[in-house]
Design a protein around this ligand. Sequence first.
Ligand code: PFF
Length: 486
Amino acid sequence: MTNDAQPRTQWLGRWGFVLAATGSAVGLGNIWKFPYITGEYGGGAFVLVYLACILAVGVPVMMTEIAFGRRGRGSPIDAIRRVAGEAGASPVWSLLGWMAMLCGFMILSFYVVVAGWSFAYLWKMLSGGLAGSSVDEMAAIFGANNESPLNLGFWSTLVTVATMAIVGKGVQAGIEKSVSWMMPGMVVMLAILIGYGAFSGGFGEALRFLFTFDAGSLSSEGMLAALGHAFFTLSLASGAILTYGSYLPGRASIARTTLSVAVADTVVALMAGLAIFPVIFANGMEPASGPGLIFMSLPLAFQAMPLGTLFGILFFVMLSMAALTSSISMVEATVSWLTDNKGISRRTASWGTGIVLWLISTLAMLSFNLGAEWTLAGKHFFDWLDYLTSRWMMPLGGLGMVLLAGFVLKNQAFREELGLSPAWHALWLFMVRYVSPLGILMIFVDALGIAKLQFGSHWPWLLLVLGVITVVGELASPRLKRAFDA
Ligand code: PFF
């Protein structure tokens, strides 16, 4: 059944939302982006900050977003406007919804290019194009794949068409079915690759690289990247989770679903790191090789394994599927807004969105060939889309939503939606009021060069102490008590 005529259809099965949200969260971010940015930002310290961001910012923001979606039963713009309106707050808050929708769209514009790499590598595996290649040849193959706009454009267009076709049909049946076998499949594939890595000679070095905390190796750029990636990997502040939340049945527990999604997402990312870095170190490759990292390293591992071609094919099938279950979630907000507000069918909305998407993603795709010279401040269009969304738009959108939920809106609405015990609710409120905003602000302040957040210096601690004093003061104040009781 499509949700053509009834935009607020709910998920079909009990696991519908968890599967769809996990499908959205687990994607290229876990397997392509996490390893390559970990490599670029020096390993362990980055991983630690990333995990802290997931826990302190990602989980509370995700709960808040789902609550907004379910309460407002609409696209991010409509849902936020409704929930704000219910509490007598200004409709201007719906700008957060606009930014989220734009953000999802911008991410998809470069995401389809990377998903296109995955499809292209699947084809190379199938046709034997990677067999017997050396480390250097792998790099050359990655380069050659990007050089022709026709080749690269073909694959990203294919992804765009596939995405819009699925969204056009309505997401439930498509995602609910595919994710339920794809996710376990992905975990098994990664486990096999980790098993291979354990004997490759690079495993010890990989473990050290991923899990040794060396505070000195972390720049403020790296912290901003870790925060941005926590948002990216959980699909936050991009409309996806909020819109999926708008189809969530009233009885489902938001906290429990959020935890399942966050844990699954984190496990897959760490598994990807453990699968990829041993190969990198055993073959003397550079961890900071950038976006091509997995495409240059994993095929090497496959070709050295028994039944490697078969595993390679399976792996790229899984990766392409993981990319698709994420990409459909990025446009769901736009398509749902169009069908709800413009009186057009889901199909028309999807293909219309697809055409605009195709134009912008083509520009992103050209960053790798014809447009190699078109840079602004040293970044290509592709890099700008990634940079603006991950580093700025998502954290800002998340900040806006937690502040709105924590301070502006009535506590009662979130009490009803979250349905937590008083103690857990107090913890959630504490997180969205103080911990998440303070975390986001600290990283922004540092990245903007306003103050330096060095682990050796005192000011982060000062901020923390100030934060704690504020919180204790407020917990003791009748105002917060009233808010809790409201
Ligand atoms: N979470 C996806 C990934 O890790 O690949 C990326 C993503 C999906 C970002 C959906 C934003 C979004 F709305």
